[in-house]
Design a protein. Structure first.
Lengths: 109, 387
């Protein structure tokens, strides 16, 4: 969806309440992020603890994933994938990962 | 059809006739019968409303806010401590421009734990942006609830219908119940301009920086100013259908009065009798009933008081550190007058102590006999001489 600038010429033009023009389908709150989690799939055991702890629903389970895996034994398991549209970089996934395969990298401007 | 109804049940019938769709309320003396009767009417299928059992008054108003934002006609009722608990949401409901109607039974604020009538609870919320109606009798309660929905839905501001604890809430009077068809003719279904709708999703009332908030507040004040006209127009339309009218204020024999007594709520009822009796003795006394407190009818009050010398105001409330609240607002309103009458600010009846006929007579006589009030606040009805 494209952003449109709305101009108010007089107070009467304003709605009587703040109204968002779209839902989070257009307002991608991942823009708030200053650090982004990056998963090293060579180490990731696909335990899904990051998915369980994410407070935002920004870790998605990807079935039949093409991501790298440390061994054949777990390659069939769904892989955790960060949804950068909404991930706010809280770092809980990195904190909770039992194998410490998630690194919080600074978001470049 | 006339029914004998106590004030509280009159509120319930008003909400039912106005076709409130969502009712969320928490019991508190002396409001409990409002909720009980509504629950019974809903259970019997007479009131077609969703009744939400909530765990506190804060939740009650929150539920009404949600319901109203989704486009339903919402109703709640409370009193004193419950109203105070709702305080932050009173601001919210007005700021979100939701036409919720609430009945508040005027009850004294604790501590001491007092369930009897005093106006401080609702007046303490006068800054929140709610329209406030102070009712004198049960018929006025029923009619005001029906009118309030029409007014609120026109100006997009919530309304509070205020009634005295026990003197109205638990007093049974004959009330004319209009037929549902006539009420429907006067009050069509609610059509909100903005509402929560999954088909057209929006978020309302979100982050507003210094860029936009000020204008939104300006709009609320303008809506309150417009509400004065809307209240009068609605009253006129109501009168055409139901043959009853109330107005913002009511003037009784004020045109040639030297002293005008200003009252509200049930005090007016007693005052009508007192002023009528005193007129018979030749005293030029008039009575002014203030029905609508927000928006404050400044220009109407100025006009009503334009010919008198002195004004006695009876406040059954107090703003600590200042004085009676009606008196303070009237003093502000008369600033614009060329010749201002002298205000005699009486306080009486706090905590539900009776304001009697002899007491009102004494207040009127005091006003006639003194050029100006001898104290900042004229306390009446206190029990002990040496304070």
């Amino acid at each position: 969806m494209k952003e449109k600038k709305i101009k108010f010429n007089k107070i009467g033009d304003l709605p009587y309440l703040t109204v968002s023009l779209g839902t989070t389908r257009v307002n991608l709150t991942g823009q708030w992020r200053s650090f982004r989690p990056v998963i090293d799939y060579q180490k990731c055991t696909r335990c899904m603890i990051c998915w369980k702890f994410c407070p935002d629903v920004s870790v998605i389970k990807e079935p039949n994933s093409k991501k790298a895996a440390p061994s054949e034994k777990i390659a069939h398991l769904p892989a955790p994938v960060i949804n950068y549209d909404f991930c706010k970089g809280c770092g809980i996934c990195a904190e909770e990962c039992p194998v410490k395969c998630i690194e919080m990298k600074p978001e470049k401007k | 059809m006339k029914k004998l109804l106590m004030g509280n049940h009159t509120v319930s019938w008003g909400a039912m006739l106005a076709r409130a769709q969502v009712i969320a309320a928490y019991p508190i003396t002396p409001q409990t019968q409002i909720v009980e009767e509504l629950a019974t009417l809903c259970a019997e299928g007479k009131a077609k409303a969703q009744f939400i059992k909530v765990e506190s008054e804060h939740s009650a108003l929150a539920s009404c806010i949600g319901a109203s934002a989704a486009g339903a006609r919402a109703f709640t009722a409370t009193s004193s401590q419950g109203l105070a608990l709702m305080h932050e949401l009173l601001h919210w409901a007005a700021g979100a421009r939701l036409p919720i109607v609430m009945a508040n039974v005027n009850r004294a604020m604790a501590p001491g734990w007092n369930i009897w009538t005093e106006q401080t609870d609702s007046l303490a919320q006068r800054d929140t942006g709610w329209i406030q109606f102070y009712c004198e009798n049960n018929q006025e309660i029923l009619d005001s609830i029906i009118q309030a929905y029409k007014i609120s839905e026109t100006v997009s501001l919530p309304s509070m219908i205020v009634l005295d604890a026990f003197f109205l809430s638990h007093t049974t009077e004959p009330v004319e119940i209009p037929p549902q068809e006539l009420v429907d003719k006067f009050l069509p279904p609610y059509k909100p301009q903005y509402k929560l709708d999954p088909k057209e999703p929006h978020a309302f009332g979100g982050l507003s920086s210094t860029e936009y908030y000020y204008e939104l507040r300006y709009k609320i004040q303008k809506a309150m100013e417009r509400a004065k006209e809307v209240i009068e127009e609605t009253d006129e339309k109501f009168n055409q259908i139901f043959e009853r009218k109330y107005g913002l204020i009511e003037e009784i024999e004020t045109s040639d009065a030297e002293v005008i007594l200003v009252t509200s709520s049930t005090i007016t009822s007693t005052a009508r009798f007192v002023t009528e009796q005193l007129r018979k003795t030749g005293k030029k006394i008039g009575l002014l009933k203030v029905r609508v407190f927000r928006p404050f009818p400044s220009s109407e009050i100025r006009d009503a008081l334009s010919n008198c010398e002195k004004v006695a105001v009876i406040d059954r409330n107090i703003s600590f550190g200042s004085g009676g609240i009606f008196a303070s607002e009237i003093k502000s309103a008369i600033q614009k007058m060329g010749k201002q009458p002298v205000i005699f600010p009486f306080i009486a009846g706090l905590g539900g102590r009776d304001i009697t006929v002899p007491q009102i007579e004494e207040m009127i006589n005091y006003t006639f006999e003194n050029a100006k009030p001898k104290e900042e606040i004229l306390w009446r009805g206190l029990k002990y001489e040496n304070i």
